[in-house]
Design a protein around this ligand. Structure first.
Ligand SMILES: Nc1ncnc2c1ncn2[C@@H]1O[C@H](COP(=O)(O)OP(=O)(O)O)[C@@H](O)[C@H]1O
Ligand SMILES: [Mg+2]
Length: 301
């Protein structure tokens, strides 16, 4: 039995009954459109609270994961670089609040990030969402680069590209060996790993489901980065193994009919939509942010 299996078995025994997930203080009315409430799922899943965080036995296991020397891109990795990106950081806090609100309605630990087309900000949102989630004390997040066609997550975080997901999915390595720990406490990464010929077969395999199911008790959030939803089937396959989907659309770039097509792909699994790359602020936000810092920083989501 692997170390991870032993830890998970112990976690199961120690966990006991469900705990109520910590609720975020609601942010002020900043960017209501960030996640459009009209695409929020309703009535499909049971209205129970999310699964609890991993039991203590997982701590020692994760503490022994190898730490690697990440060098995050300072232009876009908002929470690694301090004060520069106040506007973008606040929007990710709003996104975090919305996710906790959604979690009150149905279980939501494994989240797929996708978008209709390439270059719309999937990896940007995945990496920054992971950072804002672990800013809450004791919350642990795992980022998974499941875009095996165009892996980018490791490069925005400045992490090592492998070994990673594809190596695990080809049964060449165990799950414990593909996880990296970075400089930010409680933030972990599974990079995409080596190139391969059949990404859809790999990510659609039962082994992908096994990986996410096994790791879920160790993390409060697992955020899965994916290829674009319209051109290839990977994102649709991955969505089946996740609790919900966030779709990123790029302001002034994503065509409406393409966004609509992608939205249909996920049906009730869609938790919300992130409008990325806006370059103007609503009047109330300008007012709000003028008291706290420069609203025109880079990295706006
Ligand atoms: N809100 C944003 N602000 C600044 N740069 C962004 C933003 N969103 C994306 N980018 C940049 O745009 C490029 C494409 O984003 P990326 O997240 O890699 O797209 P995808 O994963 O959808 O292909 C990257 O260079 C990324 O850093
Ligand atoms: Mg990407």
């Amino acid at each position: 039995m692997s170390r991870i299996h032993e830890a998970l078995k112990k976690a199961e025994q120690e966990r006991g009954t469900s705990e109520v997930v910590q609720q975020m203080d609601p942010d002020p009315a900043v960017l209501d459109a960030l996640i459009h409430p009209d695409v929020t799922t309703s009535g499909v899943r049971s209205p129970s609270v999310a699964a609890p965080a991993a039991a203590m036995s997982g701590d020692s296991l994760l503490a022994s994961i190898r730490q690697t020397d990440w060098r995050p891109d300072p232009k876009t990795m908002l929470f690694f670089t301090g004060e520069e990106h106040l506007y973008g950081m606040e929007e990710f806090r709003t996104l975090r609040s919305r996710l906790y609100q959604a979690r009150e309605k149905h279980p939501l630990s494994k989240l797929l990030i996708t978008s209709p087309l390439p270059k719309e900000g999937k990896s940007f949102v995945t990496a920054n969402l992971g950072q804002v989630l672990v800013q809450q004390h004791g919350k642990r997040a795992l980022l998974v680069d499941a875009d095996l066609r165009n892996p980018h997550l490791h490069s925005v975080l400045g992490a090592e590209p492998g070994p990673g997901l594809s190596d695990y999915l080809r049964s060449e390595i165990d799950e414990f060996s593909i996880i990296q720990r970075g400089p930010m406490e409680n933030l972990f990464l599974i990079p995409a790993g080596s190139r391969n010929e059949n990404p859809a077969e790999l990510v659609g395999s039962g082994r992908m489901n096994t990986l996410l199911t096994r790791l879920q008790p160790l993390f409060d959030w697992i955020i899965v980065d994916s290829p674009p939803a319209v051109a290839v089937s990977d994102a649709g396959l991955l969505a089946k193994y996740c609790d919900g989907v966030i779709m990123v659309v790029r302001s002034n770039a994503t065509p409406f009919d393409i966004a609509k097509r992608a939205r249909q792909e996920f049906g009730d699994n869609l938790v919300g939509v992130v409008l990325n790359g806006i370059d103007t602020l609503p009047a109330y936000s300008q007012y709000y942010y003028s008291a706290y810092g420069n609203p025109n920083g880079k990295g706006e989501a």
